[in-house]
Design a protein around this ligand. Sequence first.
Ligand SMILES: *[C@@H]1O[C@H](CO)[C@@H](O)[C@H](O)[C@H]1NC(C)=O
Ligand SMILES: *[C@@H]1O[C@H](CO)[C@@H](O)[C@H](O)[C@H]1NC(C)=O
Ligand SMILES: [Cu+2]
Length: 162
Amino acid sequence: MASKVLLITIMVAAIAAPVFAIDHIVGDESGWKLGVNYTAWAEGKQFYLGDRLVFKYGQGAHNVHRVNGTTFQQCMVPPAPGPLTSGNDVIPLATPGRKWYICGVGNHCASGMKLVITVASTEAPTSAPAPAAGTSAGNHLSPFESSVWMLAALAILKMIRA
Ligand SMILES: *[C@@H]1O[C@H](CO)[C@@H](O)[C@H](O)[C@H]1NC(C)=O
Ligand SMILES: *[C@@H]1O[C@H](CO)[C@@H](O)[C@H](O)[C@H]1NC(C)=O
Ligand SMILES: [Cu+2]
């Protein structure tokens, strides 16, 4: 009995674990464009392994280059690889440490279209902290994911009572 409950708990945890990864929409409602302070946007946010950055912009108006600290400072567009250009660029945060992104169009980078973040060396904690008031942090649970959790909890309760 006890081992059955344990097994189910482990299974549920394994299935549900990825839901804590967050998609960070860069710039929130503003997206990736001129006139947004991305230093301010990143301030106070936690970026965990397994989270994703999503750059949203009008295709052709901007792009996203992944650069290093030096080229970030200088707003230098690297010769290779080419930029992301889809207008809905999703970048998984797969390794810890500092990550730098710039827009390579015109002088947009020098005008502020540059973002530096630090990715934590762990995945998001399972009890994610509530988003700070007044900020639009990424959604941790979609309605679907929440209902998966509810069903899992009910299943465990049933097992325990059986
Ligand atoms: C952007 O925000 C940061 C942090 O809030 C601030 O230090 C910086 O001066 C701002 N930059 C501009 C150009 O307003
Ligand atoms: C940063 O990127 C540039 C352009 O790709 C490259 O020439 C330079 O060696 C890199 N610097 C470091 C510290 O990796
Ligand atoms: Cu741009």
